[in-house]
Design a protein around this ligand. Structure first.
Ligand code: COA
Length: 167
């Protein structure tokens, strides 16, 4: 049986933590759809959905069975539309558990045929988040251990564009 999974997230920006989950998921399942939430109403994203799409696509280019898409609205409705009944989420620490548990149970209640499976994040990425990466860059720190080089450059460009904006 051909098994496809959805790996959803904000990816603002994608980090090595996400790439690690995608790589391991792509090894287990036949096809992985990395699904980036659009959420246009929320303006707190550093990158537009088009920029996030471009960064994720470039980061997963080396995996033949990984595709990247943008979605809006409820995750389970999107999954139903794609005819996919498996969602993958990464678990970094105990602190993730409560939130993920709530989200998985709510999704299950809303669509009982859709399952969420969890993958433990590799130890070396367990502390990582997109916000941490943005914070390190904003203080001039080196994030080459956290994100691919081209994303580090994009982060720096974003920050210098923000600093040079007329008030
Ligand atoms: N490595 C590194 N960082 C990771 C990570 C990993 N393996 N897994 C998660 N993270 C980080 C992300 O970088 C992000 O960091 P930030 O908060 O600093 O930006 C943070 O964990 C949150 O993860 P993310 O998965 O991007 O966002 P989320 O938990 O808000 O979930 C959706 C995103 C798209 C899955 C969720 O909002 C959703 O399903 N929305 C649609 C509406 C819906 O159906 N809601 C569910 C009803 S309960």
């Amino acid at each position: 049986m051909n098994k496809t999974v959805i790996y959803p997230g904000t990816f603002d920006p994608i980090t090595y933590g996400h790439i690690d989950i995608i790589e391991r998921t792509a090894y287990i399942f036949d096809k992985v759809i990395v699904s980036i939430i659009n959420k246009p109403a929320k303006s707190q994203f550093m990158f537009s959905v088009e920029e996030r799409l471009e960064m994720v696509e470039k980061s997963v280019d080396c995996f033949d069975n990984v595709r990247v898409e943008i979605f809006d609205g409820l995750l389970i409705e999107y999954a139903k539309k794609k005819k996919v009944n498996l969602i993958v989420r990464g678990l970094r620490a105990i602190t993730d558990f409560e939130y993920e548990f709530q989200m998985a149970l709510t999704n299950k209640r809303l669509a009982h045929t859709i399952e969420t499976v969890f993958m433990m994040t590799s130890e070396k990425h367990s502390y990582l988040s997109s916000s941490v990466v943005k914070e390190v860059v904003s203080y001039g720190g080196n994030v080459s251990e956290f994100v691919p080089d081209f994303i580090s450059e994009k982060l720096q460009q974003k920050l210098s564009a923000a600093y040079n904006k007329p008030i």
